[in-house]
Design a protein around this ligand. Structure first.
Ligand SMILES: CC(C)(COP(=O)(O)OP(=O)(O)OC[C@H]1O[C@@H](n2cnc3c(N)ncnc32)[C@H](O)[C@@H]1OP(=O)(O)O)[C@@H](O)C(=O)NCCC(=O)NCCS
Length: 181
């Protein structure tokens, strides 16, 4: 059994730092550690220990509120039990409650566990051009993909995207190619 919640003390944040150092390459660990300073953080706790985490934030562009899911990770010995899926669900819930219109994450094409988690939760696999086009049509102040990458400070290979604002999801649909119809 595990619970997902906000970290309750400095020791739990230190446990997140340990997970980051353990599971990421030096480059990604650098960005994930930095991400702890300016993102919301949820942790997965199992038997009193932090075994996973997710970083996310809400950014405003024009009149679009973009939820961005940044780094997430689960200790290898705790993977495959649904913790990663639950971390994304909880981050999404918090972003929606804060008024997100859409949620963006990005990853490498070979990271099948991440792609599987997000597609299972209704995200489409797309690219930076397409997402820029979509959020621009929603009223975001972005001219090209670099504006968006700069805004959320993310640039990985494939983009996972989901509309979450009720008034949008009822009228518009994102197809598997990412097109807003
Ligand atoms: C991505 C990660 C957080 C997932 O955590 P998790 O707790 O194992 O996630 P879940 O148990 O909810 O689900 C993982 C899904 O990926 C699937 N999966 C696992 N390994 C896989 C693989 N090699 N190929 C395809 N799918 C795979 C699982 O079957 C599961 O899907 P299912 O629920 O349909 O069976 C974890 O693998 C991790 O920490 N990876 C290293 C860090 C990382 O890559 N983070 C993301 C980039 S920031």
């Amino acid at each position: 059994m595990f619970v997902i919640r906000k970290p309750e003390n400095a020791q739990e944040i230190e446990q997140v730092r340990d997970i980051i150092r353990r599971i990421f390459s030096e480059l990604h660990a650098y960005y994930a550690l930095k991400g702890l300073k300016n993102h919301r953080l949820l942790v997965a706790v199992c038997d009193g220990n932090v075994v996973g985490f997710i970083q996310f934030k809400l950014v405003q562009s024009g009149n679009v509120r973009i939820g961005h899911i940044y780094y997430m990770g689960v200790l290898p010995e705790y993977r495959g039990r649904g913790i990663g899926t639950e971390l994304v669900k909880c981050a999404e819930k918090e972003l929606v409650s804060k008024g997100a219109d859409c949620i963006i994450a990005s990853t490498q094409r070979r990271n099948q566990p991440v792609i599987k988690i997000f597609t299972k939760l209704g995200y489409v696999v797309t690219d930076w051009d397409e997402v820029t086009h979509i959020i621009k049509s929603m009223g975001a102040d972005v001219e090209d993909p670099y504006d968006l990458m700069w805004l959320i400070y993310d640039y990985d290979e494939v983009v996972l995207f989901k509309l979450v604002r009720k008034s949008l999801t009822s009228k518009k649909r994102v197809t598997s190619s990412g097109i807003l119809s």
